[in-house]
Design a protein around this ligand. Structure first.
Ligand code: AHG
Ligand code: MN
Ligand code: MN
Ligand code: MN
Length: 335
């Protein structure tokens, strides 16, 4: 690459343009450094002793993989080394880790899914890390769940790392979504896609079809009409992909369009679908909207939803704007 732009240089330019503060720039660098360490751990596979179950469970009722726990520790350690810039909340922790009293209260709250796609770790399929940054209200320590319950539209930054054949970091600080690829020789991230634009229309959907009998009627009808293809009401054939790592399915959509859906299902009606609002749906919704896409819970814009609990789940319809609008209309018309 001629004259590559490093993540550091990109962030300094964003700071000089007034889009981010010095603290937010440093926090994003700290998270990116963690993603490099996680990428190296993931890349070791069986040789690194990182595969398989940790023998513990998390607040979600999930069996934790060793890499869930390792990735969580890497992110917490980096925040500590970086001077405790933020209080941290995580998929793998019941409650947040506040900024210690010895440190100035950071201006930010950091939320993360340290390893997304855990079911794919042991079969060597792409996994990732998802993160979201909120402002820390004045005088708040970030020690309580309630401090984090801010709607997604107030995020000041969001991103994910995908640990695939190459490691990429996709980031937004509120003016576009941009992709950086990790240069393994220098260990840094270099800008490889600026201002990503998600195609407005698509003929590709991502959903776990094995749950079909558990969906509500509008959801059944929407998918049936996709599957009917060009002879059906949609008038075109659709392709399907489902990787079961949200990061990988969303990354494909960021690159070629599509719609990703994890709907409500009656397997466990008390859970509004499987995905978590604060550290999966919200950051991905910000990234996709910044790339011209859309994200709803089947009725409402995800970024407008007022969170009620730190580990709250939410149905997710996310991707190419026109297709998300079509899919959302099925539920709105049924109401
Ligand atoms: P996590 O590994 O962080 O718990 O997230 C897994 C999520 C998401 O990455 C993916 O889209 C979804 O679970 C897959 O769910 P199914 O296994 O039910 O298809
Ligand atoms: Mn996840
Ligand atoms: Mn996870
Ligand atoms: Mn999990």
């Amino acid at each position: 690459m001629s004259n590559p732009v490093s993540l550091t240089r990109f962030l300094i330019e964003q700071q000089h343009a007034g889009h981010i503060s010095a603290d937010l720039r440093l926090l994003i660098e700290v998270v990116a450094r963690s993603c490099k360490r996680i990428s190296i751990a993931v890349g070791k596979g069986a040789l690194g002793g990182v595969l398989g179950d940790a023998g513990t469970g998390n607040v979600q009722g999930e069996a934790q993989k060793k890499l869930d726990v390792i990735s969580n520790e890497i992110l917490l350690e980096a925040n500590e080394w970086g001077g405790h810039l933020a209080a941290c909340a995580s998929e793998e922790m019941d409650h947040p880790v506040p900024v210690p009293n010895a440190y100035p209260k950071g201006n930010y709250l950091l939320l993360f899914d340290p390893l997304d796609g855990s079911s794919n770790i042991d079969v060597n399929v792409s996994v990732g890390t998802i993160f979201s940054v909120l402002r820390c209200p004045d005088g708040v320590s970030g020690a309580d769940d309630a401090h984090f319950l801010q709607c997604g539209a107030t995020q000041v930054a969001a991103g994910y790392a995908i640990y695939g054949p190459s490691t990429e970091l996709v980031l937004t600080v509120g003016n576009g979504s941009h992709a950086f690829t990790m240069d393994r020789e220098i260990g840094g991230f270099l800008l490889t896609r600026k201002d990503i634009q998600v195609p407005r229309a698509t003929a590709e959907f991502a959903i776990n079809m094995s749950n079909q009998r558990h969906w509500d009627t509008p959801m059944q009808r929407y998918i049936d009409e996709l599957l009917a293809g060009k002879d059906g009401p949609r008038g075109k054939n659709f392709n399907m992909r489902w990787i079961a790592s949200m990061v990988a399915d969303v990354h494909r959509i960021m690159n070629r369009g599509g719609i990703f859906i994890y709907p409500w299902d009656r397997k466990d009606p008390s859970k509004a679908g499987k995905l978590r609002l604060m550290y999966e749906a919200n950051p991905m919704a910000m990234l996709i909207e910044q790339a011209g896409g859309a994200a709803t819970d089947g009725r409402r814009r995800i970024l407008d939803i007022q969170p009620e609990a730190l580990h709250q789940r939410i149905p997710v319809f996310l991707g190419s704007a026109e297709e998300v609008e079509v899919a959302t209309a099925y539920h709105l018309e049924a109401d």
